[in-house]
Design a protein around this ligand. Sequence first.
Ligand code: NDP
Length: 253
Amino acid sequence: MLENKVGMIFGVANQRSIAWACAQACGQQGAKLAFTYQGERLKENVEKLTKDMPEAVIVPCDVTNQAEVDAAFESVDKQFGRLDFLIHSIAFAPKEALEGEFLTTTRDAFLTALEISAFSLTQLSLAAVPLMKDGGSIVTMSYYGAEKVVQNYNVMGVAKAALEASTRYLAEDLGKQNIRVNAISAGPINTLSARGVKNMGAMLKHIAEKTPLRRNVEAREVGNTALFLVSDLSSAITGETIHVDCGFNIIGI
Ligand code: NDP
């Protein structure tokens, strides 16, 4: 399905990362992939995970460092000369902002969360456009806390709301170039980042009882949806936020 397509994947920290599930789904369909990692400590993880992908490009990219972002896209240009899809699966907020009341969010925590978790989608899209010569697809990861109040999610919910709005504005700007931009609103999954949210265990248990499917979503299922969104099967879908949450968002009382 993705033979001859080149994708760039941001946000693999370890084998539990949603980004890694996306990489596996796209890799199995023949995509050539470039991975970015944040900081030297994650380089080894990404190298180990991708050892069976000989063509994979692995480059450092902290989105708060524009020189690293530019260099990452230059590496992809040098290696492949094109880009067909980009998966943005990164987010960060200081741990102390992910508990207690949203009211006490500091300016620093707010700016950091919004910069890394929301602005980076626009930043990376701008860098990707020149390489998306035959159109393309950009996918980002959101969460229900963008729409409704979720205890402890706080500033990250505000960042995800900005991320989903950015998805729509980018979809309008880039549609002329046949570049689609969509978000996946994933149900909670026990990853490294998720552990930063207080009471994650209790939330997973509650959700498993309440969803129409009576279970939590698996990273693999989010990866498969990303595969759909970067493939031509979704060629008329742009600006959407698709829930991959076992139906949790449709439940009222
Ligand atoms: P992971 O911790 O596996 O992935 C998050 C990634 O973001 C890490 O690789 C992390 O690197 C990276 N990151 C953080 N700061 C930066 C930065 N400055 N520059 C570049 N990369 C950075 O967790 P998930 O797979 O759970 O998260 C992936 C995405 O999915 C996030 O956007 C998250 O909000 C979203 N999501 C997660 C859900 C869940 O329940 N797990 C539910 C819905 C959405 P590092 O480890 O070095 O910080």
